[in-house]
Ligand binder design. Structure first.
Ligand SMILES: [Zn+2]
Ligand SMILES: [Zn+2]
Ligand SMILES: [Zn+2]
Ligand SMILES: [Zn+2]
Length: 280
């Protein structure tokens, strides 16, 4: 048999629930999927809760971890993984729990970049639907996976129930208990489909409008104003509002706010510490 799984989905972020159990079940049914991996930042509690609530579908408990080298996803976790360690340390902790380690969107500025060629990961996310229009990032990720000859996954990275499963990984497996093992041995087929972008958004983005409207598919909020982050088609120079560093990036808030990776991470970590008391 085979299982169609979206292996990178965010159900909750910064205390806000984006995908609840009913919406998730609805969208899995509508999109013909067999399950998802819930990979929220900083915590696995919402993933564990969804897994308890939903018995009809396979819910894999995961976490997208901030490492000092970029994002790493752990799938099949029993406990939350500490953030802000090196990628190597993070991966070994994932493996200690019997989970598998995936490098998501390696060539985006939050990815592990060139380290994707050497880290002891089990798979590379070679198709991230969020990056659909920026084809080059997915192309580079797929090329790295082929060069290393390691398994690939395709997923959405969405926070919107409607789009869960637009891209997915079909895992060939005898028993759903063995799904992680099958991904590790590369018994997968990839379904690659970008998230639909509203035409007006693409237009404004191409013409480089200062304030690109919040994009309904990219609901990841800006850490400063809460409006959506957008992936620009062309790289531009931005100045970090916290430390003043000037650098090139594709990813910026729709209102133009920009923070460098280190400064985003500092803010994320302090928010997550505050929220762990009240919200998680
Ligand atoms: Zn990420
Ligand atoms: Zn993600
Ligand atoms: Zn903003
Ligand atoms: Zn900065």
């Amino acid at each position: 048999m085979s299982l169609k799984l979206d292996l990178h989905v965010h159900s909750k972020s910064r205390g806000k629930v984006y995908i609840g159990p009913d919406e998730l079940k609805d969208s899995l049914q509508k999109n013909g999927l067999d399950g998802v991996a819930i990979t929220n930042f900083f915590n696995i509690s919402h993933a564990v809760w969804l897994k308890e609530k939903i018995k009809e579908y396979l819910i894999i408990v995961g976490q997208e971890i901030w490492t000092t080298d970029g994002h790493i996803i752990g799938l099949g976790l029993k406990e939350r993984i500490e953030d802000y360690q090196t990628a190597e340390e993070t991966i070994s902790r994932i493996h200690q729990q019997g989970g598998i380690a995936v490098a998501p969107h390696p060539y985006l500025h939050l990815g592990v970049r060139k380290k994707v060629m050497t880290l002891p990961i089990d798979a590379i996310e070679s198709y991230n639907a969020y990056l659909g229009p920026s084809i080059i990032y997915n192309y580079l990720a797929a090329r790295s996976a082929r060069k290393r000859n390691i398994p690939q996954i395709s997923s959405t990275d969405t926070t919107n129930a409607m789009f869960v499963g637009r891209s997915y990984t079909e895992v060939m497996v005898k028993d759903s208990e063995l799904v992680l093992e099958s991904i590790r041995s590369g018994k997968v087929k990839l379904r690659k489909r970008a998230l639909p972008l509203p035409v007006i958004f693409i237009f404004k983005n191409l013409l480089n409008f200062k304030n690109v409207e919040p994009c309904s598919v990219h609901t990841v909020p800006c850490i400063l104003c809460g409006k959506s982050m957008t992936v620009r088609i062309f790289r531009e120079k931005f100045q970090c509002l916290d430390c003043g560093k000037i650098e090139y990036s594709h990813v910026v808030c729709c209102r133009g706010h920009y923070l460098c990776l280190e400064c985003v991470m500092k803010r994320e970590l302090s928010i997550s510490k505050e929220q762990s008391i009240t919200l998680y």
